[in-house]
Design a protein around this ligand. Structure first.
Ligand code: CA
Length: 246
């Protein structure tokens, strides 16, 4: 079975709200068990059967979390973990190591290689899902929760709905993803190129000025009846979600 990293179109579509987990494991039965349980728990799952496939999958799309088996053919989970940490795109992606090696020394080696957590086999799927949630909550709080809020904005990630001051705001799919990205990193300034990569995808050819068009639409939708503008334009740099008065 080939790696099934979701395409950008998938990630930008209706499944955008599901955190993406890349499972790197060569044991087919365990892969299926993990896939089933993670999908049931609201994650979108892609699979790589070895280190090379995993590296190709993350080049395609950076997952929100990597579940990594220690014992893999060709390249060990530990070595893959080190490589993921060395690459800029995956340096901060949470990694949970799965292993049958339960010894303390191994645990330390795993954490030294850059893993965020360590789950010993055999484990119960419920326990694993709980650990994934805990790691995501610690590292990217927005992903563990089902809603985002900022100032008077409330974004329901499950129902794909947005309200401002309790009133529904209707956004197009691109504006929704754009705002979601801002709400995951409130206050942070993003360049147009960064927004294109994060919201449209790295492999998609879109003109940078497209970002301005969607920012304008987002502002109109959000600020409807003269409400304070939550999007800050940073001259020569880009945009940020920022409710602080100028
Ligand atoms: Ca294995």
């Amino acid at each position: 079975m080939a790696a099934q990293a979701p395409t950008r179109r998938d990630s930008a579509g209706s499944h955008a709200v599901r955190p993406r987990v890349l499972v790197v494991e060569d044991e087919q039965a365990l892969v299926e068990l993990l896939r089933y349980n993670l999908e049931q728990s609201g994650y979108s799952v892609s699979v790589a059967l070895d280190g090379e496939e995993a590296l190709a999958a993350v080049r395609d799309e950076v997952p929100d979390l990597v579940l990594l088996d220690w014992m893999l053919p060709l390249m060990s989970g530990i070595e893959l973990c080190r490589q993921l940490r060395r690459q800029t795109a995956t340096a901060n992606v949470p990694i949970i190591l799965l292993t049958a090696r339960g010894e303390e020394a191994d645990r330390v080696r795993g954490l030294d290689a850059g893993a965020d957590d360590y789950v010993a086999k055999p484990f119960s799927p419920a326990e694993l899902v709980a650990r994934i949630r805990a790691v995501l909550r610690r590292i990217r709080p927005a992903l563990a929760d089902e809603a985002l809020s900022y100032a008077d904005l409330y974004m329901d990630l499950v129902g794909h709905r947005l309200t401002r001051g309790g009133k529904p705001v209707h956004l197009g799919p691109t504006e929704f993803r754009l705002l979601r990205h801002f709400m995951e990193y409130p206050g942070r300034v993003f360049s147009r190129e960064q927004l294109l990569d994060a919201v449209w995808g790295k492999d998609v050819y879109v003109e940078v000025r497209t970002v301005d068009v969607h920012i304008r639409r987002l502002r109109i939708a959000l600020n409807g009846d003269d409400r304070p503008d939550l999007i800050r334009t940073v001259r020569a740099t880009g945009y940020a979600l920022d409710a602080t008065p100028e």
